[in-house]
Design a protein around this ligand. Sequence first.
Ligand code: TRP
Length: 338
Amino acid sequence: MRVVSGIQPTGNPHLGNYLGAIRNYVKMEGDAIAAGGENLIFIADLHAISMPHKPADLRASTLELVAMLVAAGLDTNRTILFNQAQVAAHAELQWLLNGTARMGWLNRMTQFKDKSGKNREGASIALFTYPVLQAADVLLYQATHVPVGEDQKQHLELARDIAQKFNNDFASEDAPVFTLPEPIIPPEAARIMSLRDGGAKMSKSDPSEMSRIELRDDADTIMKKIKKAKTDPEPLPSEAAGLEGRPEALNLVTIYAALAETSTDAVLSQFGGQGFGTFKPALGELMVEVLAPITARFRELREDRQSLDAILASGAARAREIGRPTLDAAYEALGLVR
Ligand code: TRP
């Protein structure tokens, strides 16, 4: 079992990122290792240049994400953590796979259609071939399992199609060059919404900082934001069904349940009948308790460029080693003389 997954660097991680995604990577590390497998996680910084971006922001958010993953508990002795840009084989293999991927396949990718929008002529070539790089990311390491969100399933299927066609066209049946990876879709992660609007996702681009808990917030800031969070005047119901039509109440209960790693029903059996005057301080305290060790480590590590560089350098060295035989085999299979 070899688990490989990439994460897009987004700056300024918040509670929604932590509960929705980052915590999951730490759990998956445990699962992969328990199954006797290997776990590779990389920052998809090469993918990030497919959209307009500011170089200084990309650099900062790459480093921040590394700090966040480690602060959240990823163990770099067990997980190979690196960024694509330091492992040239990702870009090399993408080029080799560009010979196999078909225009027709890429034309069907919904992410390209969404991200290019009305201005398809102005979209970058990188945005179009993004899924081929993603295929290279996993095929390079002979990944058996790839944890991805529902929205990335189509890209995984494309990776399988590319692997299959390459094997058919250029390898003998008993010695395929690539392993066909299986997607793992993690159980529906908690959807964390804005503290100011229960109908909008918690987002780093919301102009109001009060709408989100940032992982750099200190305890006082967290308490203040929770106390100011939008709610309604009703007390909490004693069952989840009673939260229907009350998006802000639902959101706070969802956050509580996610932090306590329990169900909303369990939270409501404890707090049902009580008002937000009681619930909010309890939520704030729980949040501070769960996040404090993570945010403290995060703040320390994000300032420690030397440690971050060392983590990435050692991850990249191990990744290069694991990927080398497959890259060599792909060059060889294509008849490229080296
Ligand atoms: N495209 C993925 C996303 O947006 C990130 C990603 C890049 C990835 N390469 C990958 C995920 C390889 C899994 C495997 O979430």
